[in-house]
Structure formats: structure tokens, C-alpha cells
Design a protein. Structure first.
Length: 522
């Protein structure tokens, strides 16, 4: 066996009353991918942040190529040859792609060879097969979330690293971008680079990883060769129990074309939300659909197909050129998001860090902020009422926290997502639109959210789920609207909600679908 390129021994890290890491040790061999898995709050990102110099360890040691090193800042990590692709996008939005990628090199460098860094950036983007979609001169704020994630990865690859940490690198990537990343990882392995890889997508672990370390509640549970542990064993070791019934039973299973006796239920229920002819030039066109009371309506399609843009237009977060939106039979015209909230229509953003949460504020303030009238009296916020509201939803959502007074940025990504969902539910909505609600969340928390969505639907709340993960679309949704290039090309239900049908509709034009002999009525 080769000597480890990276070794951490007995790492301990505490945040206030929370023991985030408790004596964790891990070895990464050169030219291998070492996956780290566990539920949200297990300590995965904390461990990566210690190795990457974002946090300083309370106890423990780090060795790089057999030598003990001190990593006191991200710059120290870079100087030592440790690259880091963070779970949350942390780019400067107002400057160019090239400046973001080469910021460590140009910071305080005096005269900057901009022509040179733009040329180098073009080469790196070409290596990632992204040069046709991303211009080195573009401002980062003008890029999609998927494109920004590509920039984060390219930025890490631009440094001559011995070790690269990938923390949920594919969460915002398209399928083709993910394939490119996997090819690049294969190249890095051949060069002898050690890779630490965090992902909640177990299929990725089994595709790219050689070893896997399981963490639970900040403690090391086990390190195994990936080939020696099944997915079922891995999940059960992660959650500490047998995890069954990940997807709740579909309330409409008997009502969606599965027998003449099934005459009641969501298939025949009244529409709670109706959208007709929604259009914005260059983004989406003539989008029409209805959401029935008691059902979960999924939106599937490739990244860039218009799913998010339609959702944001419905909620007044972005403009529409034409079209109608009716809620419970009343036409609504939200000019901004607060109008939609007042009507009972809420939207969960796909980017919780940039648009969803006030990370520097407390959990309590984040949950109450959408409707302060619920926690205020005579114009003043009542701390007791605010804390009580937060404690109610923190308990229902099983958020791992020391207190509702701690800042949102002290939570794991998955627990931040639960705070964001609690924030939406705190205003008692009539319709919730959830855009990638399980992105970056562990399997146990995913199951919890799936059951929550079904509970909301059973209580008469309208639920729309936008997701790029086909297994959860198929497992959770009663009907699925599939978008292709800004249009709904069909709405699937019953037995037609399957991977083959969704992929064909999402990837093929209407002419190509006719050639293939597939299609669905809108």
C-alpha cells in the first residue's frame, strides 16, 4: 500500500455546545477517491473545512505526504497544495469569470496580466468542455447556478494541487457537466492526486470512489472499500437504523388511471392553482397547467428548460409578458413576491445561501421573517413569540441545533434547508413551489422531506416540486409536467411517470418524439 498523501488524526472541533467532530481520523492514498458520507450534521463539511483551513481544529493533527502541517487559513491550504470545491458557491458576483478563477494569484500582485489570465481561463474552460457556454469575460452574476458551480470546480483545478476536496460538486451540475467532471477526476487519479469526495448521491459514490468513510454525529463509524459494502449497508450505517419507505405512498395511486372504482381523490379534485398561457419572450412560452388539491405536481426537464423561470414568474419574483395565474378560482397578479405571500403562494429557492436565508441572523429570525406580524405586538417584535415559532418548526422538522438563537451559518447545509422550509411553512401557505428541495441533503432528511410534502398535500395544500433527480420525481410526484426549451411538452401521470418517458420528453423535440413513437398530451 502506498504512503498516504493526506492523513488526519484525532480531529476534534466544537461549536458552542455542539461537538461537530469527535476524534475523526482518515487516510487518503495518492491516486484514489476517498468518499466521506453521513447524514446532514454528521460532520462531513466541518472535516473538509478543517482540512481546507476554513476552521482551525481544537485537537488533532494533519499530515501531508508524511509531514505534519499547520493549515490556519484557506490560503495556507492552497500554498500546501490542497484545493477545495465548496458545497455553497462562494464567488464574487460582480467581477469576471477569469478574475474569480485566478483571484488567489492576482490578489496584491500589482500589475496584472489580464490578457494572460483570460487566455488561461479559456483553456481551463475548454478542458471542462464549457468554453462554448461560458465566456471568461462574463460577470459571474450573469451565469446560471450550474455554470457558477463549473467555475468553482475550474477554480480549484487551476491550482497545482496534491489533494482536492469536492463537497457536493454535482449538486448544481447538468448531466453532461457531471460526466465531464467524472472524466476529469479519472485524469486526476492518474496523476497521483488524492481526492476527498462528499456526495449524497450514492450512485456517484459507487461510480467514482475507491474507499468510503462513514461519519455519524461527528464520530467515525467505519472506513471500507466501496466494493466491499452494498448501498443498503452503507445507508443503514449512515443513519444508524434500517431506513425503509423512503418514498411515501402516493395518495393518488388508485385514482390515476388504475381502475374504474377509483373515482374520488386528487385525480378528480378541484384545481387549487391554474396557470394559462404564461409567457416571457426568450425564456418560456405558452405554459399552461393546473395543480389539483391533494396532489404533488412535479416539474422535470433539463437544466435551462425553463422550470425555475416559470416558477419565479408565477410568484412575482420575475416578470411575465403575458398569461394568467388563478389561485382557488381568483385571478392573481403578484407584482412582487410579497404580493404572492399575502395570497398564500410561496416559493423555495434552489439557492438557499444567496437567496433563501440570512446566514448571519439567528434561526428564529430566519423562520419568522416572512411575516413579522405573527411575532409582533404594537409594532415591536416579541422575542418570546419569535422563539416559540422557531422552536415549533425546529421540532417538527427535526433540525439539529443548540438553540434557535444560533446563527443559520452555523448549521450544516441540510439543516439550513430545513430552516428554509420552516420559513415557508410559518406563513400557512395554500400553495408551495419547491425548487430542488433536497439538493445537498442526506438520504434520511430526503425521506423526511418527501413525507412532509405528502402530508402537506393530504392537508389540502398545493405542492409543486421542481427536481433534477429523476428517482425522486418518479417516487414522490403524482403527475409530472416535463419542460423542453421553455415549453411544457407533456404532462405524465399514472404508469407513464417513469424514467424512459421523462427522459425522452425532456431531451427530444416534438418531431423527434413522434419519430420515436412517444408523446403525451398537455
Amino acid at each position: 500500500m502506498a504512503n498516504p498523501i493526506l492523513e488526519v488524526r484525532g480531529i476534534r472541533k466544537r461549536f458552542f455546545a455542539t461537538q461537530a467532530l469527535d476524534g475523526v481520523s482518515i487516510c487518503v492514498e495518492p491516486g484514489t477517491v476517498h468518499a466521506v458520507v453521513g447524514e446532514n450534521g454528521a460532520g462531513k463539511s466541518t472535516l473538509m473545512n478543517v482540512i481546507g483551513g476554513v476552521y482551525q481544529t481544537d485537537e488533532g493533527e494533519i499530515y501531508l505526504e508524511g509531514e505534519k502541517v499547520s493549515v490556519r487559513s484557506p490560503n495556507d491550504a492552497l500554498q500546501l497544495g490542497i484545493g477545495f470545491v465548496h458545497q455553497e458557491i462562494a464567488l464574487c458576483q460582480h467581477i469576471s469569470v477569469a478574475e474569480n478563477i485566478f483571484m488567489p494569484a492576482i490578489r496584491g500582485a500589482g500589475l496584472v496580466d489580464f490578457k494572460g489570465i483570460f487566455a488561461k481561463t479559456a483553456k481551463l474552460l475548454a478542458d471542462f468542455e464549457a468554453h462554448s457556454r461560458i465566456d471568461p469575460h462574463q460577470k459571474v452574476r450573469d451565469l446560471s447556478i450550474s455554470q457558477q458551480q463549473v467555475i468553482e470546480i475550474v477554480k480549484a483545478l487551476s491550482v497545482n494541487c496534491k489533494v482536492i476536496i469536492f463537497d457536493e460538486p454535482t449538486a448544481a451540475l447538468t448531466e453532461s457537466e457531471t460526466e465531464v467532471l467524472f472524466r476529469i477526476i479519472g485524469t486526476l487519479k492518474k496523476k497521483g492526486i488524492g481526492i476527498l469526495y462528499i456526495s449524497h448521491r450514492l450512485a456517484e459514490i459507487y461510480r467514482v470512489a475507491d474507499m468510503v468513510t462513514i461519519l455519524r454525529d461527528g464520530r467515525l463509524i467505519e472506513t471500507r472499500a466501496v466494493a466491499d459494502i452494498t448501498q443498503v449497508e452503507l445507508v443503514n450505517r449512515m443513519v444508524g437504523r434500517d431506513l425503509k419507505d423512503i418514498y411515501p405512498a402516493k395518495a393518488v395511486a388508485s385514482a390515476m388511471g388504475c381502475g374504474a372504482a377509483a373515482t374520488a381523490g386528487p385525480a378528480t379534485a378541484e384545481p387549487i392553482l391554474e396557470v394559462s398561457g404564461l409567457t416571457r419572450k426568450g425564456e418560456f412560452e405558452d405554459v399552461s397547467f393546473s395543480l389539483r388539491r391533494g396532489e404533488i405536481l412535479g416539474f422535470a426537464g433539463l437544466v435551462g428548460s425553463g422550470r425555475t423561470e416559470v416558477a419565479r414568474a408565477i410568484c412575482g419574483l420575475s416578470r411575465k409578458d403575458s398569461g394568467r395565474v388563478s389561485l382557488l378560482g381568483e385571478e392573481i397578479e403578484p407584482r412582487e413576491y410579497r404580493d404572492a405571500i399575502a395570497k398564500g403562494l410561496v416559493y423555495l429557492t434552489e439557492n438557499r445561501a444567496l437567496e433563501g436565508l440570512f446566514l448571519d441572523l439567528s434561526i428564529a429570525k430566519n423562520i419568522s421573517v416572512m411575516d413579522l406580524s405573527r411575532v409582533a405586538s404594537v409594532g415591536l417584535i416579541q422575542a418570546k413569540a419569535e422563539s416559540g415559532l422557531a422552536e415549533k418548526y425546529s421540532s417538527e422538522m427535526q433540525i439539529k441545533l443548540a438553540s434557535v438563537g444560533q446563527k443559520a451559518n452555523s448549521l450544516s447545509g441540510g439543516n439550513q434547508q430545513k430552516v428554509l422550509i420552516s420559513k415557508l411553512l410559518s406563513v400557512a401557505p395554500k400553495v408551495v413551489i419547491m425548487d430542488e428541495p433536497t439538493r445537498g441533503i442526506d438520504i434520511g432528511s430526503k425521506a423526511q422531506i418527501y413525507h412532509l410534502l405528502r402530508k402537506l398535500a393530504s392537508e389540502g395544500i398545493g405542492v409543486i416540486m421542481i427536481s433534477s433527480e429523476l428517482p425522486e420525481v418518479i417516487g414522490v410526484c403524482d403527475r409530472v409536467a416535463v419542460m423542453y426549451e421553455g415549453r411544457i411538452c407533456g404532462i405524465l401521470e399514472g404508469a407513464d411517470v417513469n424514467e424512459r418517458s421523462i427522459i425522452q420528453m425532456a431531451c427530444l423535440s416534438s418531431e423527434e418524439r413522434e419519430t420515436e413513437g412517444t408523446g403525451a398530451a398537455v
